[in-house]
Structures are given as structure tokens and as C-alpha cells.
Design a protein around this ligand. Structure first.
Ligand SMILES: CC(=O)N[C@H]1[C@@H](OP(=O)(O)OP(=O)(O)OC[C@H]2O[C@@H](n3ccc(=O)[nH]c3=O)[C@H](O)[C@@H]2O)O[C@H](CO)[C@@H](O)[C@@H]1O
Ligand SMILES: C=C(OP(=O)(O)O)C(=O)O
Length: 436
């Protein structure tokens, strides 16, 4: 287990460019299975989860060519479906959450798709019903081996239909869309997730010859086609990384420029930080966070009641930023309730922050109240273990703002989604070292 040693309390400065989006990359990479023609993708982040998925595609027989930093050509013209029954697949397929999205394209193109229970963050129950109910509606037979936690869907042919998803699942929608583009006839998906990464996937599929209407809304209409062609695609910057850098700048009272953020795809993110009193200034497509030398004051609601920041399916605030927003609130002026509605085990990491001196009350597994220090007292350095990717980065931000030297263990969790984070933080003045 690797660790970071962090000497906190230093102010940072300079500019940082966000990596390509992790959660978009996981969708887009699975979509290369939908065509026998080459697909060229750029701005692919060099992170553990994405590299695991690229390796899985290679094991499935997809030709993978690295064309340069973050740029790959894929060609799925000789897919080895026998690999899906192998022990290697049962082991490697569970290495990340995104592997679940191999099922939709495999089912759509080859009539069968399998997956072991996928991994990803341990942040509460992460059911897959929406995915499989969608495939079943398209005409697939479903089987689940409870002993091996192994899921499968098979169909002679898929037929378009109407479906109302039981929840706007992000990976569920991506999976169903990727199966439906090759189904016979029209598929209507209502209560579809519609976040920018799904829009990116749909736009890429349209460039490949798919017929999709309603992109960006929660009502997608897909006319199935018999085959798809190759294309090129560039990944958006990672909005959770952008939010992480906003939080880092505010908490360390540093002036930071976050470059090329694709502002129009950030939705509620700037607004959520502004509610904490943080200045998020737009300059062309960069974000400039000034040094908050006088701190930042949490707003109240119009009626004077205490601010609540909660997640919701897009265009609501992404749940993946709440841990970071919670940490940043520790040094705010005022109080805020952080309400993590989606995941039930994602706030337990606040114990570590309380150990560091933060004033936080965990009201229940979904809600925490943070009473800000207004920089009147600094967090104390400590030893901690990163429980999940976003809690890990939140603890890292806390450590960079704290007095003294902290250690964060289990940094593999952070490396899952943040590219060379230690090196990039050192470039803006952070005192952080990686211990193997
Ligand atoms: C690889 C990937 O892309 N992972 C992201 C994806 O995971 P993933 O696609 O696995 O998450 P889902 O969108 O399926 O659901 C996330 C959680 O929210 C709940 N839920 C979802 C929709 C809804 O309308 N109501 C509701 O309560 C689900 O029950 C589940 O507990 O989307 C999540 C929600 O943005 C993000 O946290 C993950 O980073
Ligand atoms: C929860 C996350 O990732 P995953 O779905 O891959 O576990 C995340 O990116 O915050």
C-alpha cells in the first residue's frame, strides 16, 4: 500500500490543467466494442481505472495502439468472446466500476454480454437493476450466478421498446443506450441520466452512425441501425478534478488558475462553491480562484435558513464532489449541512477530519453539519487512510491546509482517478512525496 507524506500549511500558486474525464473515459472506451472499424480517442487520462479497462479491452482481442500521450487507436474487429468465460475475466472484470459498461455494447453487437460484480468505490449499495431491467426490456434473457457473482445477458436479437428507468443511473443509461443503438426499431428511454459525459457518449455514437434524439435531456429516442462505423473522439476535462482544484485553492487560500475547464459543461459546480462564499471567476474558459485572504462566508438561503448542499442526478450537483465541498466548509465562516442523498457510506470519513480538529456532526449516514473555523484555527496533521477516491482527495486537501506533516495511506484509491496527482501538486508548490 503506497502513501503520501504531506507537509501542510503552504500556500500554492500557478496554474493546473485538468486531466480528461475519468467517468467519460470509462463509457467511451466501452463504446469502441460497437464497431469493427478503428476508433481514435484523445485526452484519455492516465489513471489506474482507465488503464485497467484498456487492458481488459486488449484481453478481449481489441487491437490497442498508443499514439502518444493520452491518445489511442482501438479496433474491435476480432473480439474473443470466449475470454468472457475465463477465470482471468472473472478476476480482472471486477477491478473497477466502469467494466459494467462492457455488457451493453457486447450484447448489442454480439448478442451476449457477461460481467462479474464490478468493483469501484465502497460507498454503500451500488445496485445494477436498472442496467439489467433495460436489457431485459430490449429482449435479453438474464442470468445471475450467485456463487460467483457473475451476471449475463443473451439474446438472438434485440427489439426497440419504451422504457421508464427506475432511476436515472449514469452507467445504466450508458449501457442501455449502447445496446439499443444496434437493436431493431425504436427505443425510448425516459428518466435517462443526461450528464455531459453521457451527452459525449451519445454524440460519439451519432458520429459512428447511430440515430439518437433528445441528447442532453432525460428522454432519449433511438432508432436502431444494423452496424456502426469508426470515428474520432476527444474527452472533456474532468469536472470532479476541476471541483477538487477549486476546493484546494480555497482551503489553502491560494490563487490558482484552472485551465480549459469547458465551463458550459460544469452545471451546478461553480454555483455550489459560490454558495460557500468562494469566488469562482471565469476568464475565457479558465477558472481563476483568487487567494481568499479574508476567508469565505457561507450564504444562507433567502429566508435566512441554514445552507444545505445536496446531490441530485444531473442537472443537479454530482455526488462525487460532496466530500470535497464538505472539507472546504471546515474553514468557512458559517454553517452548512452536507446531504449526500445517493450513497449511504460516503460520509464516514469525517471521523478523520474530526480527529484533525474539524467541527463536524455526522447527523446520520447521509447528512453532516459543518461549523466553519473561519481560519481561526488550523487543522492538525495526522495519519490517515483513504477509504475511497473522493474522500482520499478530500483528506489530501485537508492535509495540505493543516499544520504539520500528515501521511495518507492507501493512495491507490486516489490514483484510481487522479493522474500523477503528487507531481502536478508539486508543480504548484505543494510539499508532497510519494512513498512506494
Ligand atoms: C464509473 C462512473 O461513471 N461512476 C459514476 C456513476 O456511477 P453509477 O452509474 O454506478 O451510479 P448510478 O447513477 O447508477 O447511481 C448512483 C447512486 O445514486 C442512486 N440514485 C441514482 C439515480 C437516481 O435518480 N436516484 C438515486 O438515488 C443509486 O441508487 C446509486 O446508489 O454515477 C454516480 C452518480 O453520479 C457517480 O457517483 C459515479 O462516480
Ligand atoms: C464513485 C466514483 O467512482 P466509481 O463509480 O468508479 O467507483 C467516483 O468517481 O467518485
Amino acid at each position: 500500500m503506497g502513501s503520501f507524506t504531506i507537509e501542510g500549511g503552504h500556500s500554492l500558486s500557478g496554474s493546473i490543467t485538468p486531466q480528461g474525464a475519468k467517468n467519460e473515459a470509462l463509457q467511451i472506451l466501452c463504446a469502441v466494442l460497437l464497431t469493427a472499424e478503428p476508433v481514435e480517442i484523445s485526452n484519455i487520462p492516465d489513471i489506474v481505472d482507465v488503464n485497467k479497462l484498456i487492458a481488459l479491452l486488449g484481453s478481449l482481442g481489441v487491437k490497442v495502439e498508443n499514439l502518444g500521450p493520452g491518445q489511442y487507436r482501438f479496433q474491435a474487429d476480432q473480439v474473443d468472446l470466449d475470454y468472457l468465460q475465463s477465470d482471468d475475466f472473472k478476476r480482472d472484470g471486477r477491478g473497477l466500476r466502469g467494466s459494467i459498461m462492457l455488457v451493453g455494447p457486447l450484447l448489442g453487437r454480439f448478442g451476449r454480454g457477461y460481467i462479474p460484480k464490478p468493483g469501484g468505490d465502497k460507498i454503500g449499495r451500488r445496485r445494477l437493476d436498472t442496467h439489467f431491467e433495460g436489457f431485459i426490456k430490449l429482449g435479453a434473457r438474464f442470468r445471475y450466478n450467485r456463487e460467483e457473482y457473475f451476471y449475463g445477458v443473451e439474446a438472438e436479437k434485440l427489439t426497440g421498446t419504451y422504457m421508464l428507468l427506475d432511476e436515472a443511473s449514469v452507467t445504466g443509461t450508458a449501457n442501455i443506450v449502447m445496446a439499443a443503438v444496434l437493436a431493431e426499431g425504436e427505443t425510448t428511454i425516459y428518466n435517462a441520466a443526461c450528464e455531459p459525459y453521457l451527452q459525449q457518449l451519445c454524440k460519439m455514437l451519432v458520429r459512428m452512425g447511430a440515430k439518437i434524439e433528445g441528447i442532453g435531456s432525460n428522454l432519449l429516442k433511438i432508432q436502431g441501425v444494423s452496424s456502426l462505423n469508426g470515428t474520432t473522439h476527444r474527452m472533456l476535462p474532468d469536472m470532479i478534478e476541476i471541483g477538487s482544484w477549486i476546493g484546494l485553492a480555497a482551503m489553502t487560500r491560494s490563487e490558482l488558475r484552472i485551465k480549459d475547464v469547458s465551463w458550459n459543461d460544469l452545471g451546478q459546480i461553480p454555483n455550489a462553491f459560490q454558495r460557500l462564499g468562494i469566488q469562482v471567476n471565469r476568464e475565457n474558459d479558465d477558472i481563476l480562484i483568487p487567494a481568499h485572504t479574508d476567508g469565505y462566508a457561507i450564504q444562507n438561503f433567502i429566508d435566512g435558513s441554514i445552507m444545505t448542499i445536496a446531490d441530485a442526478p444531473w442537472p443537479g450537483l454530482t455526488p462525487d464532489l460532496l466530500s470535497i465541498i464538505l472539507v472546504v466548509a471546515i474553514q468557512s465562516r458559517g454553517e452548512v449541512v452536507i446531504h449526500q442523498k445517493m450513497f449511504e457510506s460516503r460520509l464516514f470519513f469525517v471521523d478523520k477530519l474530526i480527529d484533525m480538529g474539524a467541527k463536524i456532526i455526522l447527523c446520520d449516514p447521509h447528512r453532516a453539519t459543518v461549523i466553519g473555523h473561519d481560519f481561526q484555527s488550523q487543522l492538525k496533521a495526522t495519519n490517515m487512510t483513504s477509504p475511497d477516491i473522493r474522500a482520499g482527495v478530500s483528506l489530501l486537501i485537508a492535509a495540505l491546509s493543516a499544520k504539520g506533516t500528515s501521511t495518507i495511506h492507501n493512495i491507490e484509491q486516489i490514483d484510481r482517478g487522479y493522474e500523477r496527482i503528487d507531481e502536478r501538486l508539486r508543480n504548484i508548490g505543494a510539499m508532497i512525496t510519494r512513498n512506494a
